[in-house]
Design a protein around this ligand. Sequence first.
Ligand code: MN
Ligand code: MN
Ligand code: MN
Length: 295
Amino acid sequence: MTIPQPASYCIDLHCHSTASDGRLSPTDLVARARLQGVTHLALTDHDTTDGLAEASVAAAAQGLTLITGIELSCVWQKNTIHIVGLDMDTADPVFAARVAEQQQNRWRRAEAITTRLKKVVRGCPEDIQERATAEAGGDVPGRPHFARVLIEDGLVSDFGQAFKKYLGAGKPGDVKAFWPELAEVVRWVVEAGGIAVVAHPTKYKLTATKLRALVADFQEAGGQGIEVLTSGQGRGDLGFLSELCRRQGLLASQGSDFHVPGPDWCELGKIAAMPDDLIPVWQRFRRPVGIAQVA
Ligand code: MN
Ligand code: MN
Ligand code: MN
Protein backbone atom coordinates (compact mmCIF):
# COMPACT_ATOMS: atom_id res chain seq x y z
CA MET A 1 0.00 0.00 0.00
CA THR A 2 1.23 3.46 -0.82
CA ILE A 3 0.64 6.10 1.79
CA PRO A 4 0.98 9.58 0.35
CA GLN A 5 2.66 12.24 2.44
CA PRO A 6 0.27 14.96 3.51
CA ALA A 7 1.05 17.81 1.15
CA SER A 8 0.06 20.40 3.71
CA TYR A 9 2.71 19.26 6.17
CA CYS A 10 6.32 20.28 6.37
CA ILE A 11 8.20 17.89 8.62
CA ASP A 12 11.75 18.54 9.81
CA LEU A 13 13.12 15.93 12.19
CA HIS A 14 16.73 17.06 12.66
CA CYS A 15 18.03 20.45 13.83
CA HIS A 16 20.12 22.12 16.52
CA SER A 17 19.72 24.96 19.00
CA THR A 18 22.03 26.71 21.47
CA ALA A 19 21.51 23.70 23.75
CA SER A 20 24.27 22.16 21.58
CA ASP A 21 26.09 23.73 18.63
CA GLY A 22 23.24 25.62 16.95
CA ARG A 23 23.14 29.41 16.82
CA LEU A 24 19.46 30.02 17.71
CA SER A 25 17.81 29.59 21.11
CA PRO A 26 15.07 26.95 21.14
CA THR A 27 12.48 29.76 21.09
CA ASP A 28 14.07 31.52 18.10
CA LEU A 29 14.56 28.19 16.34
CA VAL A 30 10.88 27.32 16.64
CA ALA A 31 9.88 30.80 15.47
CA ARG A 32 12.15 30.47 12.44
CA ALA A 33 10.81 27.00 11.68
CA ARG A 34 7.27 28.37 11.78
CA LEU A 35 8.27 31.18 9.42
CA GLN A 36 9.73 28.61 7.01
CA GLY A 37 6.42 26.74 6.99
CA VAL A 38 7.49 23.83 9.19
CA THR A 39 4.46 22.18 10.81
CA HIS A 40 6.24 19.36 12.67
CA LEU A 41 9.68 19.85 14.18
CA ALA A 42 12.00 17.59 16.14
CA LEU A 43 14.75 19.40 18.02
CA THR A 44 17.72 17.01 18.02
CA ASP A 45 20.59 18.63 19.89
CA HIS A 46 23.84 16.71 20.30
CA ASP A 47 23.69 14.49 23.36
CA THR A 48 21.26 16.67 25.27
CA THR A 49 17.53 17.25 25.65
CA ASP A 50 18.07 20.53 27.53
CA GLY A 51 16.44 22.63 24.79
CA LEU A 52 13.20 20.66 24.64
CA ALA A 53 11.31 22.30 27.51
CA GLU A 54 11.80 25.79 26.07
CA ALA A 55 11.08 24.57 22.54
CA SER A 56 7.82 22.96 23.58
CA VAL A 57 6.58 26.19 25.18
CA ALA A 58 7.48 28.07 22.01
CA ALA A 59 5.89 25.41 19.81
CA ALA A 60 2.61 25.58 21.73
CA ALA A 61 2.59 29.36 21.37
CA GLN A 62 3.39 29.19 17.64
CA GLY A 63 0.97 26.40 16.77
CA LEU A 64 3.69 24.01 15.67
CA THR A 65 3.97 20.36 16.69
CA LEU A 66 7.20 19.58 18.52
CA ILE A 67 8.50 16.03 18.57
CA THR A 68 11.04 15.13 21.25
CA GLY A 69 14.45 14.43 19.81
CA ILE A 70 18.17 14.03 20.39
CA GLU A 71 21.28 13.25 18.31
CA LEU A 72 23.48 10.76 20.13
CA SER A 73 27.13 10.14 19.28
CA CYS A 74 28.38 6.57 19.37
CA VAL A 75 31.01 4.29 17.94
CA TRP A 76 30.63 1.53 15.39
CA GLN A 77 33.77 -0.28 14.21
CA LYS A 78 35.93 2.73 15.12
CA ASN A 79 33.68 5.16 13.24
CA THR A 80 31.85 7.90 15.10
CA ILE A 81 28.18 7.54 14.14
CA HIS A 82 25.23 9.77 14.98
CA ILE A 83 21.93 8.24 16.00
CA VAL A 84 18.86 10.46 16.05
CA GLY A 85 16.31 9.48 18.69
CA LEU A 86 12.73 10.59 18.04
CA ASP A 87 9.54 10.63 20.08
CA MET A 88 11.14 9.37 23.29
CA ASP A 89 9.65 9.94 26.70
CA THR A 90 12.30 12.40 27.87
CA ALA A 91 10.87 12.43 31.40
CA ASP A 92 12.00 8.80 31.73
CA PRO A 93 14.55 9.03 34.58
CA VAL A 94 16.75 6.24 33.20
CA PHE A 95 16.98 7.96 29.84
CA ALA A 96 17.70 11.30 31.53
CA ALA A 97 20.54 9.76 33.55
CA ARG A 98 22.06 8.17 30.44
CA VAL A 99 21.92 11.45 28.56
CA ALA A 100 23.52 13.32 31.47
CA GLU A 101 26.40 10.85 31.45
CA GLN A 102 26.72 11.17 27.67
CA GLN A 103 26.87 14.96 27.97
CA GLN A 104 29.85 14.60 30.32
CA ASN A 105 31.55 12.17 27.93
CA ARG A 106 31.23 14.80 25.28
CA TRP A 107 33.75 17.03 26.96
CA ARG A 108 36.02 14.45 28.55
CA ARG A 109 37.99 13.85 25.39
CA ALA A 110 38.52 17.56 24.73
CA GLU A 111 39.69 18.00 28.31
CA ALA A 112 42.09 15.07 27.98
CA ILE A 113 43.56 16.52 24.77
CA THR A 114 43.91 19.91 26.46
CA THR A 115 45.74 18.48 29.47
CA ARG A 116 48.17 16.54 27.30
CA LEU A 117 48.91 19.41 24.91
CA LYS A 118 49.63 21.72 27.82
CA LYS A 119 52.22 19.23 29.02
CA VAL A 120 54.08 18.74 25.75
CA VAL A 121 53.66 21.92 23.69
CA ARG A 122 56.09 24.63 24.75
CA GLY A 123 54.19 27.92 24.91
CA CYS A 124 50.81 26.22 24.70
CA PRO A 125 48.15 28.90 25.28
CA GLU A 126 46.35 28.63 28.62
CA ASP A 127 42.96 29.07 26.91
CA ILE A 128 43.57 26.50 24.15
CA GLN A 129 40.39 24.58 24.95
CA GLU A 130 38.20 27.69 24.85
CA ARG A 131 39.75 28.73 21.55
CA ALA A 132 39.45 25.26 20.05
CA THR A 133 35.79 25.24 21.14
CA ALA A 134 35.30 28.56 19.36
CA GLU A 135 36.95 27.04 16.27
CA ALA A 136 34.38 24.23 16.49
CA GLY A 137 31.54 26.75 16.51
CA GLY A 138 30.78 26.12 20.18
CA ASP A 139 30.68 22.37 19.79
CA VAL A 140 33.13 20.00 21.41
CA PRO A 141 36.46 20.55 19.65
CA GLY A 142 38.27 17.73 17.90
CA ARG A 143 41.92 17.46 16.96
CA PRO A 144 41.70 19.70 13.84
CA HIS A 145 40.33 22.51 16.01
CA PHE A 146 43.23 22.20 18.44
CA ALA A 147 45.59 22.11 15.47
CA ARG A 148 44.17 25.38 14.18
CA VAL A 149 44.94 27.13 17.48
CA LEU A 150 48.50 25.82 17.45
CA ILE A 151 48.94 27.09 13.88
CA GLU A 152 47.45 30.49 14.78
CA ASP A 153 49.98 30.94 17.55
CA GLY A 154 52.86 29.87 15.32
CA LEU A 155 53.61 26.85 17.49
CA VAL A 156 53.49 24.64 14.40
CA SER A 157 53.72 25.63 10.76
CA ASP A 158 50.70 23.73 9.43
CA PHE A 159 48.23 20.88 9.95
CA GLY A 160 50.77 18.30 8.84
CA GLN A 161 53.24 19.41 11.48
CA ALA A 162 50.55 19.71 14.16
CA PHE A 163 49.55 16.10 13.64
CA LYS A 164 53.09 14.82 13.15
CA LYS A 165 54.32 16.39 16.38
CA TYR A 166 51.33 16.44 18.71
CA LEU A 167 47.99 15.17 17.46
CA GLY A 168 48.56 12.27 15.05
CA ALA A 169 48.41 8.54 15.78
CA GLY A 170 50.49 7.63 18.81
CA LYS A 171 51.20 11.29 19.75
CA PRO A 172 50.10 12.77 23.10
CA GLY A 173 47.04 14.52 21.65
CA ASP A 174 45.77 11.32 20.04
CA VAL A 175 42.98 10.64 22.54
CA LYS A 176 40.26 8.19 21.57
CA ALA A 177 36.65 9.32 21.77
CA PHE A 178 34.69 8.24 24.84
CA TRP A 179 31.50 7.37 23.02
CA PRO A 180 29.44 4.28 23.81
CA GLU A 181 28.79 1.57 21.24
CA LEU A 182 26.06 2.03 18.63
CA ALA A 183 23.96 -0.84 20.00
CA GLU A 184 23.98 0.79 23.42
CA VAL A 185 22.64 4.21 22.39
CA VAL A 186 20.02 2.55 20.19
CA ARG A 187 18.87 0.67 23.28
CA TRP A 188 18.63 3.92 25.27
CA VAL A 189 16.25 5.39 22.70
CA VAL A 190 14.17 2.25 22.36
CA GLU A 191 13.87 1.77 26.12
CA ALA A 192 12.62 5.35 26.42
CA GLY A 193 9.81 4.52 23.99
CA GLY A 194 11.43 6.29 21.05
CA ILE A 195 12.50 5.42 17.53
CA ALA A 196 16.20 5.28 16.68
CA VAL A 197 17.26 6.60 13.28
CA VAL A 198 20.71 6.57 11.63
CA ALA A 199 21.52 10.23 11.00
CA HIS A 200 22.91 11.32 7.60
CA PRO A 201 24.04 7.79 6.58
CA THR A 202 26.19 8.89 3.64
CA LYS A 203 28.23 11.42 5.63
CA TYR A 204 30.41 8.77 7.27
CA LYS A 205 32.08 7.99 3.96
CA LEU A 206 31.57 4.26 4.49
CA THR A 207 31.50 1.93 1.51
CA ALA A 208 28.06 0.62 0.56
CA THR A 209 29.00 -2.77 2.00
CA LYS A 210 30.07 -1.23 5.31
CA LEU A 211 26.95 0.88 5.49
CA ARG A 212 24.79 -2.19 4.98
CA ALA A 213 26.71 -3.93 7.77
CA LEU A 214 26.16 -0.92 10.01
CA VAL A 215 22.44 -0.94 9.26
CA ALA A 216 22.25 -4.69 9.99
CA ASP A 217 23.86 -4.20 13.42
CA PHE A 218 21.65 -1.18 14.03
CA GLN A 219 18.49 -3.14 13.28
CA GLU A 220 19.62 -6.04 15.43
CA ALA A 221 19.97 -3.58 18.31
CA GLY A 222 16.38 -2.39 17.80
CA GLY A 223 16.99 0.53 15.46
CA GLN A 224 14.17 1.19 13.01
CA GLY A 225 14.90 4.06 10.67
CA ILE A 226 17.43 5.94 8.56
CA GLU A 227 17.46 9.48 7.27
CA VAL A 228 16.89 9.28 3.54
CA LEU A 229 16.72 13.04 3.15
CA THR A 230 19.21 15.37 4.79
CA SER A 231 21.32 18.35 3.82
CA GLY A 232 24.35 18.07 1.56
CA GLN A 233 23.37 14.84 -0.14
CA GLY A 234 24.90 13.84 -3.42
CA ARG A 235 22.89 12.98 -6.51
CA GLY A 236 22.62 9.25 -5.99
CA ASP A 237 22.15 9.33 -2.22
CA LEU A 238 18.36 9.48 -2.07
CA GLY A 239 18.02 6.58 -4.49
CA PHE A 240 20.58 4.49 -2.65
CA LEU A 241 19.11 5.17 0.80
CA SER A 242 15.53 4.63 -0.38
CA GLU A 243 16.54 1.26 -1.77
CA LEU A 244 18.21 0.41 1.54
CA CYS A 245 14.94 1.31 3.30
CA ARG A 246 12.88 -0.93 1.04
CA ARG A 247 15.23 -3.87 1.22
CA GLN A 248 15.69 -3.76 4.99
CA GLY A 249 12.17 -2.73 5.91
CA LEU A 250 13.39 0.48 7.51
CA LEU A 251 11.36 3.56 8.34
CA ALA A 252 12.38 6.68 6.42
CA SER A 253 13.21 9.93 8.20
CA GLN A 254 14.13 13.39 6.99
CA GLY A 255 15.67 16.53 8.43
CA SER A 256 17.56 19.67 7.51
CA ASP A 257 20.30 19.33 10.18
CA PHE A 258 19.96 23.11 10.51
CA HIS A 259 22.58 24.74 12.80
CA VAL A 260 23.02 28.38 11.86
CA PRO A 261 21.05 30.81 9.67
CA GLY A 262 22.93 31.67 6.50
CA PRO A 263 24.51 30.07 3.48
CA ASP A 264 26.67 27.51 5.29
CA TRP A 265 23.82 25.40 6.61
CA CYS A 266 20.59 24.06 5.17
CA GLU A 267 17.47 26.08 6.04
CA LEU A 268 14.83 24.64 8.36
CA GLY A 269 12.19 22.66 6.49
CA LYS A 270 14.13 22.76 3.23
CA ILE A 271 13.80 19.10 2.41
CA ALA A 272 13.12 17.40 -0.90
CA ALA A 273 10.12 15.11 -1.38
CA MET A 274 10.35 11.61 0.04
CA PRO A 275 9.52 8.76 -2.37
CA ASP A 276 5.86 7.82 -1.88
CA ASP A 277 6.43 4.13 -1.29
CA LEU A 278 8.67 4.56 1.77
CA ILE A 279 7.16 4.32 5.23
CA PRO A 280 7.76 7.66 6.97
CA VAL A 281 9.00 7.40 10.54
CA TRP A 282 6.30 9.80 11.73
CA GLN A 283 3.62 7.18 11.07
CA ARG A 284 5.11 5.20 13.97
CA PHE A 285 5.13 8.08 16.44
CA ARG A 286 2.98 7.66 19.52
CA ARG A 287 0.72 10.28 17.98
CA PRO A 288 1.25 9.47 14.30
CA VAL A 289 1.46 12.38 11.91
CA GLY A 290 -0.85 12.38 8.92
CA ILE A 291 -2.56 9.02 9.48
CA ALA A 292 -5.99 10.62 9.96
CA GLN A 293 -5.80 12.01 6.43
CA VAL A 294 -5.32 8.58 4.90
CA ALA A 295 -8.75 7.02 5.10
MN1 MN B 1 26.50 19.78 15.03
MN1 MN C 1 25.32 14.62 12.95
MN1 MN D 1 22.92 17.15 13.51
